[in-house]
Design a protein around this ligand. Structure first.
Ligand code: COA
Length: 180
């Protein structure tokens, strides 16, 4: 593994964010298909702010939603990682695992492979006791990834932040606990 990466899985390298990721992430987060289960696509400014927040969290906590490259050609594919969520809900504060990939990389098992590695990192390196993942109930792709990485359904809840969009109001929370 190149020292560019904090850790790697078979096909993916995980690292903190760099400025050249900004236009690539803007491209991903402005795609309506990628953002189907969010209230809106993200603007350039919102994506810049998101990346600034990730950079800081990576330094302060040792994790964030990591920038992810495909190892074979070092192409940036999106993010997979861990994030300390504090929004008000019955399942927070908690560290969650999340993912958002460029559509051209979907359905090759990359989110599943990357998320499994991030769980390992969270439990073995960061020493977390549990990790959750949440999504609107209608995001069946994301729920499938949660199931494939060994998470189990904890509860359903209503997410205040997205209550303005009825479609996204009903959410599900999955959880996995450390075996250490
Ligand atoms: C969710 C996401 C990261 C999955 O990435 P991916 O690399 O395609 O995931 P994987 O290939 O590892 O697994 C996808 C699984 O979902 C399944 N799937 C694909 N489309 C589906 C659908 N419409 N409904 C149910 N399952 C679906 C795939 O068949 C696969 O499962 P399988 O291996 O049992 O066949 C990607 O779709 C994405 O970036 N979505 C937009 C962002 C997003 O919604 N993030 C979560 C927000 S909470």
């Amino acid at each position: 593994m190149s020292d560019k990466y904090l850790f790697a899985s078979e096909r993916l390298g995980f690292r903190n964010w760099i400025d050249s990721d900004i236009p690539k992430m803007v491209d991903i987060s402005s795609n309506p298909d990628v953002m189907e289960f969010f209230p809106a696509t993200a603007t350039k400014i919102q994506t810049r702010e998101f990346i600034d927040k990730m950079k800081l969290m990576c330094v302060e906590k040792g994790y964030c939603y990591f920038a992810v490259d495909q190892l074979k050609d070092e192409s940036f594919i999106g993010f997979i990682g861990l994030y300390y969520q504090t929004y008000e809900s019955p399942v927070t504060p908690n560290v969650d695992i999340g993912w958002r990939l460029n559509k051209k990389y979907w359905n090759n098992g990359l989110a599943t492979e990357g998320a499994k590695k991030c769980l390992e990192y969270g439990f073995n390196v960061i020493k977390l006791k549990n990790i959750i993942s949440t999504t609107p109930i209608i995001n069946t792709k994301s729920i499938r990834v949660m199931e494939k990485i060994g998470m189990e359904k904890l509860t359903e809840f209503k997410r205040p932040r997205v209550q303005s969009d009825k479609r996204l109001e009903d959410c599900v929370c999955y959880e996995i606990t450390s075996s250490n």
